[in-house]
Design a protein around this ligand. Structure first.
Ligand code: 3HC
Length: 284
């Protein structure tokens, strides 16, 4: 089956980013969220990015019209009935995700493929609550979605080849490069990235060097676009803590254990860019 119409559950940073790249590639997209205000915010986020691209001469008014024209928003999950692929991009909470998949399983046509954009939860845990276990994959996009070139397409031991290949083909058709992964906690990228970020925080906590020097070390020494502490601020300290905890729970290895400083900072509300303060101050 070829994917012709896309559904997105959750129109936040990730969901709206996925909707934007799919709509720009010509797919009709139906996006849902719990409240109208979240849908409005997502649409204005996309419009703002398109306006910036126009200012820079990287897109035209026509591109903007086409992209926005391909996106329909609604709070009604029933709108997914005729979608060929539905990607869930809500909060990282397994119970909430399960509730969504149980609902859309009743609504969608039998051939619809389901995907979760989870960064660390088990795809298998979500697939088993549906009547389409073999048509269930992980599709892990990266933030900011319009910029980052990668999608991890994840298969469980139940995923059939057709659904997996359709998901891969869809990701490639919106301009992404695919990494194929098994349903292992963290897949490929977070399995390697999270211990690296946790290690950087641990060494900072141990007084190895200043935060600027740790970040510059990796930026200038290894050509990373952001240093590990800057990147943790960008991802969100609460998110890094959450993923670390899930990985530690899964593997029980110290390398995944979130360091005390990370826990204290999250407790204090220092969540990174989104809260105005993390390892760095963003209030200025
Ligand atoms: N949304 C869309 N586009 C954005 C953006 C955003 N939030 N932020 C920046 N951009 C675009 C800019 O418009 C610009 O586009 P252009 O080249 O067409 O003009 C381009 O990105 C570069 O932006 P800037 O010049 O403003 O700034 P930088 O050169 O510093 O790049 C960055 C910003 C792209 C965020 C870069 O610092 C970067 O690549 N950082 C690392 C990001 C990263 O590692 N993301 C993955 C996080 S891990 C993850 O998501 C997995 C999860 O499970 C934890």
């Amino acid at each position: 089956m070829t994917i012709k119409k896309l559904g997105i559950v959750g129109f936040g940073q990730m969901g709206s980013g996925i909707a934007q790249v799919a709509a720009a590639a010509g797919y009709p997209v139906v996006a849902t969220d719990e409240k109208d205000e979240f849908l409005k915010k997502g649409l204005s986020r996309i419009e703002g990015l398109l306006n910036k691209a126009i200012e820079k001469g990287k897109a035209t008014e026509e591109d903007k019209k086409k992209t926005l024209g391909n996106i329909t928003t609604t709070t009604d999950l029933g709108a997914f009935a005729d979608c060929d692929l539905v990607i869930e991009a809500i909060v990282e909470n397994l119970d909430a995700k399960i509730k969504i998949f149980e609902t859309i399983d009743r609504v969608c046509k039998p051939t619809t493929i389901f995907a979760s954009n989870t960064s660390s939860l088990s795809i298998t845990d979500m697939a088993v609550v549906t009547s389409r276990r073999s048509q269930f994959v992980g599709m892990h996009f990266f933030n900011p979605v319009p910029v980052m070139k990668l999608v991890e397409v994840v298969r469980t031991i139940m995923t059939d080849d057709q659904s997996f290949n359709d998901a891969v083909a869809f990701a490639e058709s919106v301009g992404k490069t695919v990494v194929r992964a098994k349903d292992t906690c963290g897949f490929v990228v977070n399995l390697l990235l999270i211990p690296f970020l946790i290690d950087a925080i641990r060494w900072y906590e141990n007084g190895l060097a200043t935060k600027e020097d740790i970040d510059n070390g990796m930026k200038l020494g290894c050509a990373h676009p952001m240093g590990p502490l800057e990147l943790t601020d960008f991802i969100g300290l609460d998110t890094v803590l959450y993923i670390g905890e899930i990985m530690f729970e899964e593997f029980r290895e110290p390398r995944y254990a979130p360091p005390p400083l990370l826990k204290r900072m999250v407790k204090a509300g220092y969540l990174g860019r989104k809260s105005g303060r993390g390892f760095y101050d963003y209030k200025k």
